[in-house]
Design a protein around this ligand. Sequence first.
Ligand code: ZN
Length: 219
Amino acid sequence: MEPINEEFARAEIIRITQIVTAQGLVRSNDGNISVRLDEDRFLMTPSGVYKMTMEADDLIVVDWEGNVIKGRPGLKPTSETQMHLEAYRQRADIRAVLHAHPIYATSLTIAGLPFPMDIIPEAAIGLGSVPVAEYATPGSRELADSIQGPIRQSKNIILSHHGTITAGNTLEEALIALERIEHTAHSYFVSRSFGEIVPLSEEELGKLQIIGRKVRGEV
Ligand SMILES: [Zn+2]
């Protein structure tokens, strides 16, 4: 595994955090971001720090158990550290994990609805599938356990009544997936307020899935 430069990763987490916060995909000190630096080290956002004012030095390096290897005194890694580590345990193909609280995607699960994969071509192509993990208490071991099956199935999942996890080779990839999920859920909400949903045909979805597997590098 090629190590990722720590200074670059710190700057990248700050950059992506600013974008995610400005777009309202997280609020106040919600959400958390990590980057896998190498085989055994992960860079995590700290717990309880307001995202818009978070600085590169606030980020914390942890090991596979979540023990702090490097961090400023008084700061602890995110309470969702175990959830991030579980994502890396389940998928050797990801280097970045973004957990956010997008309103429309989360609200789908509050209404008991699955993610609508059959309404927008870009979602079918770019995301493949977006499974929903069963609800578990934020910050708990149960939450980390709840993502095991879904994250194996897809890099991009929704946590019931809570938010999303999007993952990728880079943070930008995770950000693009997050934006795509929220845009699709938002479109679904607006379409339903106009009237009945007319989904894409099975035939068209089949075509989009073939294109998607190529685009996502799965074939
Ligand atoms: Zn959360």
